[in-house]
Design a protein around this ligand. Sequence first.
Ligand SMILES: Nc1ncnc2c1ncn2[C@@H]1O[C@H](COP(=O)(O)OP(=O)(O)OP(=O)(O)O)[C@@H](O)[C@H]1O
Ligand SMILES: [Mg+2]
Length: 500
Amino acid sequence: MITSRLEMRGISLAFSGFQALSRVDFTLTGGSVHALTGANGAGKSTLMAVLCGTHARYEGEIIINNQPVAIREPVDAKLLGIHLVQQEVDVALIPGLSIAENIMLDHLAQPGHRYRWGTVREQARQALAQLDVTLDVRRSIDSCSLAEKQQILLARALSHHCRFLILDEPTAPLDAHESERLFAVVRRLQLQGIGVVFISHRIHELKAICDTLTVLRDGKMIESGPMAELSGEAIVEKMLGHELSDIYPPARPAYSDETLLRVEGLHDEGLLKDISLHLRKGEILGIAGLAGAGKTELCKALFGASKSRVSAGELNQQPWKPRDPADSVLRGLALVPEERRKEGIFIDEPVSMNLAVSADNTFSRWSLFGHRQAWRWAEEVIARVGVRTRGPGQVLRRLSGGNQQKVAIGKWLRGNAQVLIFDEPTKGVDVKAKTDLFQLIDGLAREGKGVIYASGEFAELVGLCDRICVLWDGRIVAEVDGADAREETLLYYSTGGTAS
Ligand SMILES: Nc1ncnc2c1ncn2[C@@H]1O[C@H](COP(=O)(O)OP(=O)(O)OP(=O)(O)O)[C@@H](O)[C@H]1O
Ligand SMILES: [Mg+2]
């Protein structure tokens, strides 16, 4: 087997005066899994975008097997066997088309190409089979979960001759089991001699699967070498430029016994069955579960963003049932949704506008856009949540993935929300931002607000929550006290284990 070798040398790229990459060197060899890491906005996705032909005006050299190559358009990269599974999966998929069409998109887009639907579907199925995935390829892409969409993009990459594969935060939408399955696929590709770039904010994943590591900070290459030589702590220190000791806030004393929200016997039209839960003032209630357990469904149902029936409920000492999002917001309930790009933000609007339109309308008495107050508020949130942006006027699309996330969260910091529901808030955010976010949520609880925190990251639930309900197959199968909670216990219940 001939090992391919790809070198990027002295890569620089500026966006209207902002230096996103400064003389970065990066080498990828076939058969290796190379971790690319760094804080939100460090330049990881941009460096890989250069490699995939998105930015024609980069400076520096790209060399494959000792031959300089020019990659100025996406098609150049594809012809060289370089394929990318993007961080924002939705951008790369065409809504309204089937799974098969989305997988075979590049083939179908070739001019003069004649195809038979039966063959297209069969090829799509074969590409999925390489991932050990079976999906009905005639289904519409719109009905797919995030995890499925990501598998579809991976299948698309594998439908080509692929020498170098870039996975930009592939595990962000996956739970522990799905991630394990992906790792098995990556190891197989590695054995086939494919060079894989693996971007992730989960250091333990990088340690588990990658043999080589490159750390970027502020658009510069800080470190590159064998993974085994660096501990997790050392990697974090290289990423941030300083140490990070306590990720989780110190234990909070119980705030009060007063119940803020209670539902009984909640059912939705599909998955959720007979859910009863309550949330006290000043409490952080965790909702643990693997993908498909119903976390997102539960968050949406409580917020009234999906239909549900409940037998009884109260909110702020008033009888209450989830009705619709507008009603929820008026009653002081807020949701930071999981699929933020689709549901939580306006991607082509500036940060200031995104932050101003949290749903409670306090700015709308004045003219909204560019108003000094909205601007000042945006500056405050940017500082509080640590959004890396050039200012409130920057359009969200231009922010890195993790920073878009922070804006979606920052949106809810204003206003009268008494109960905040977070659905997987730390997906795609770096360790430092996670720590800031935990502190922020802890602060909300200390103020007496109630927080519902749904996550498949059990370590986070254990570190942060006062109580944790475990969901399995749409039901709450266990409730664990935060002080005694252990990750293994949560995993046990969330895979269908029962209390003996
Ligand atoms: N098209 C663009 N125009 C202007 N600035 C951009 C553009 N694309 C990226 N940037 C900026 O370049 C920097 C690097 O962004 P990039 O998306 O590469 O970060 P990242 O390391 O992938 O972060 P994350 O972990 O959040 O995904 C950010 O400050 C971002 O705002
Ligand atoms: Mg990125």
